[in-house]
Design a binder for this molecule. Structure first.
Ligand SMILES: [Zn+2]
Length: 793
């Protein structure tokens, strides 16, 4: 038996021709209808077979084929995280990565995760870094003024942008060694950066004998005032309260002073870096400009820090002269020592052992050694920024993906880029995905100091009070992350997590329906060839092919939000609300191995496979749990070891959409005429003028009247009559609805608008005690279909 779209007559011939096209024809509908969103208009109905699952307690219960699966409908409370842990062990999640790498059947994909965190556990959010932009200036230039204490010293008057009208204006004392703004004024005008304060915060000998060794913020201040008084330059003395930086640990004021640091001059590599960035894909695209801007703002990169721990900068400083020692020989020697003993050797070994013998003899041997190892450590961004050199061993290799928050545009993304460009003239990445930050429920930023950081472990396993902080499991958290438009700021809260849990719960029910109804089905022996399947089943495969392509593309674009939206629309709208509601009679009441039921099961098995593989990267635990419950899985080890989505190009067929969507248009007319009523208690007469639409619909029902045709299955009525002209006599107790449907095939080459009429009246048949459809001659007798099925057993 074949249920394909058989070409019959001129219209059908055109349809058959269209079937060979790869491109699906565009659907033009009457106003208010738009493509596939149409099914949103489908009204929910209480059909006979919809009630079978829960309430068929009659004497024929044993003859109906209800879904069978041990896949649980719900996981409550701790069951969710506990099941996830069980699945991780059973399906070998921890070995999956090495298994994938060993197989090497495909090109390796390198996601370089980062950057390494200096301390603390990861949390779901990061605070937002803000950039401010350093106002306007005033004009008082070219003058000079005399120094109050040093006779003969003329200080120039210079313009500076940071001196503004809003904070008072005039002549401001500038100390280039004691503040960023003063320093940049001095840099612009090539002034010396004299620093008269040493590391202990006291004046140096250069400040003169009166001030030497005096603490600048204490008695040093008093001495300066006295000196000004003595030279009669102090006009007035008073105390002012103003903001000033304090050390948060000691609660003492900070002395800002210029110090010698190590810098990378990135001016030379900036142009190359910017050129190389053009070949890098940024997601979102706007992140590229943001990265170039931060790169432009950075004239040099200070790579030295003064901290108690970190990776030492391997430079030797002369004990008395302003000289230092570093060359390839010393560096190679240090590398060998660190490889053997770890980086602590810099702090533990005596200097003469840190230097190679050749260098030591050049400076005059151990006894003459005037050099001491420097105390500076590397900026942590230098450490993390060079991680590519370990992750990407080849000189040409670039990671497929770097993924981090937008604060890393000036951080890890940039330090990785600069070190890679400087040493091998290559960007370390092909694609950079930049995400936003997590905000609290009211959009407030999440930070440790605010105490509103959400711990992912609490989301997964629940908090101390599990009523307040229930265990959601890892899948819920993953679904939320995938669903969020992560390129912007995203919010997390109990309501957001509950919504994610509800989504998964609905998905779980969809999967349970699929699993339950492929029980007793073996795809290898029971599958029905596509062209022999019910048109509605073919149509579902047609949609499935489209879904699979879109999902695969979205994953390639790292658009996980789109994956979630596509999946959710498919399982709620196409599956639960539409397809599942009309196939239950076929699944439950047709013979187990009958072609009508097998056709449906063939589609269900393919749907299950595509949906399962589509969701697996986001919901690995649910995917594995379902995979373990597939009745025909040969070796149910892990869905992740069985490849990506497989679809067939023959699933995509022009003409299928016309057949199903025109029928649904008529079905909506029918259901709209009996709001709130059971569609199965009505019979329908469809009158379509002769033409293309009639040809199409005729393929769904060969007989004039049927209660078992594909057309009647879609109409969900007691029976459907298909006519090409008005019936001769209809009783007055009927409802009539009219409509038109535009068929548009071969890109508009075949266009035909047909009008139809739907005539609805109560059925005269009785409810069949087995299938509950209104198809029986009397309440106690089976309908002809059920009589045949039961008799056949
Ligand atoms: Zn029946």
């Amino acid at each position: 038996m074949r249920w394909g779209l058989h070409p019959r007559g001129p219209g059908a011939a055109a349809l058959a021709a269209a079937r060979n096209l790869w491109v699906s024809p565009r659907l033009r509908c009457h106003p208010g209808w738009r493509g596939t969103t149409r099914r949103l208009l489908v009204r929910s109905v209480t059909g006979a077979s919809n009630q079978l699952q829960s309430s068929n307690n009659g004497r024929y219960r044993d003859t109906v084929l209800l879904p069978q699966t041990s896949f649980p409908m719900k996981l409550l409370g701790r069951q969710q995280p506990d099941t996830e842990l069980e699945i991780q062990q059973k399906c070998g999640f921890s070995e999956l990565y090495s298994w994938q790498r060993e197989r090497k059947v495909k090109t390796e994909f390198c996601l370089h995760d980062g950057p390494p965190y200096a301390n603390g556990d990861p949390h779901v959010g990061h605070a937002l870094n803000k950039w401010f932009s350093f106002p306007t200036g005033v004009d008082l230039e070219n003058g000079t003024c005399a120094h109050p204490l040093i006779p003969d010293k003329a200080s120039p008057l210079l313009p500076a942008n940071h001196v503004t009208m809003t904070k008072g204006t005039g002549l401001v004392h500038t100390a280039p060694a004691h503040g960023m703004e003063d320093y940049s004024v001095a840099s612009q005008h090539s002034l010396p950066t004299d620093c008269l304060v040493d590391e202990d915060g006291v004046f140096t000998d250069v400040a003169g004998p009166e001030l030497q060794n005096k603490a600048v913020l204490e008695e040093g201040t008093d001495v300066v005032i006295k000196m000004l008084q003595a030279s009669k330059h102090l006009l007035k003395e008073e105390k002012l309260v103003h903001s000033y930086p304090y050390d948060w640990r000691t609660k003492k004021p900070v002395v800002i002073r210029a110090s010698k640091q190590w810098f990378v001059n990135i001016t030379d590599i900036k142009a190359t870096a910017k050129e190389l960035l053009k070949k890098v894909k940024f997601i979102p695209g706007s992140a590229l400009n943001a990265m170039v801007e931060t790169l432009d703002r950075r004239p040099y990169w200070c790579i030295s820090r003064q901290r108690v721990w970190g990776v030492p900068i391997p430079v030797f400083h002369h004990k008395t002269k302003d000289e230092f020692l570093i060359n390839s020989q010393t560096t190679e020697h240090i590398i060998k020592l660190v490889e053997q003993h770890g980086s602590d050797v810099w702090w533990t070994l005596p200097p003469e052992q840190l230097l190679p013998e050749e260098v030591l003899s050049q400076v005059g041997g151990p006894d003459a050694l005037e050099y001491a190892p420097g105390q500076d450590i590397l900026d942590i961004w230098f450490d993390s920024g060079t991680s590519w050199s370990y992750v990407l061993p080849g000189t040409d290799q670039r990671a497929d993906l770097y993924l981090e928050g937008k604060d890393q545009l000036g951080g890890w993304f940039q330090s990785s880029l600069l070190t890679s460009v400087a040493t091998r003239k290559k960007a370390p990445f092909k694609t950079v995905v930049v995400h936003g930050f997590t905000l609290g429920e009211k959009g407030e930023k999440m930070s440790k100091s605010l105490g509103n950081v959400i711990d992912p472990d609490v989301v997964i396993n629940g908090g101390q009070d599990q009523n307040k902080e229930p265990p959601y499991g890892a899948d819920v958290l993953r679904w939320w992350v995938a669903e969020s438009n992560v390129f912007n700021e995203v919010t997390i809260s109990p309501s957001v997590l509950n919504a994610a849990r509800d989504d998964i719960s609905k998905l779980r029910n969809t999967l349970r329906f699929l699993l339950g109804n492929v029980a007793g089905f073996n795809p290898e022996t029971d599958s029905v060839p596509v062209n022999d399947m019910y048109v509605i089943d073919q149509y579902m495969l047609h949609l499935l092919q489209d879904l699979a392509n879109k999902i695969t593309d979205s994953y390639k674009q790292y658009d996980f939000g789109k994956v979630v939206r596509l999946l959710r629309a498919f399982y709620t709208r196409e599956l639960s609300n539409f397809y599942f509601s009309i196939i239950k009679d076929r699944l439950y009441c047709e013979p187990a191995g009958g072609p009508k039921r097998r056709s449906c099961q063939t589609a269900l098995a393919e749907i299950l496979d595509v949906v399962l593989r589509s969701l697996a990267p986001i919901l690995p635990h649910l995917a594995e749990e379902v995979f373990q419950h597939i009745p025909y899985s040969k070796e149910p080890k892990s869905v992740f070891r069985t490849g990506w989505i497989r679809t067939s190009s023959i699933w995509k067929k022009p003409g299928l959409e016309e057949a199903i969507e025109s029928t649904c248009a008529m079905r909506d007319s029918f259901l709209g005429s009996i709001p709130g009523k059971n569609a199965a208690e009505y019979k329908v007469i469809i009158v379509i003028e002769p033409g293309l639409l009639f040809e199409i619909i005729e393929m769904l029902q060969a007989e004039e009247t049927s209660s078992t045709s594909q057309l009647n299955e879609l109409m969900m009525a007691s029976q459907t009559t298909l006519l090409s002209q008005e019936p001769r006599s209809v009783t007055t107790d009927v409802i009539e609805r009219k409509g038109t449907f535009l068929i548009n095939l071969e890109g508009g080459d075949i266009r035909e608008e047909s009008s139809y009429k739907v005539i609805v009246m109560p059925t005269t048949k009785e409810k069949c005690p087995r299938c509950w459809k209104y198809t029986a001659e009397s309440p106690d007798t089976l309908c002809p279909r059920c009589a045949e099925v039961v008799g056949g057993k």
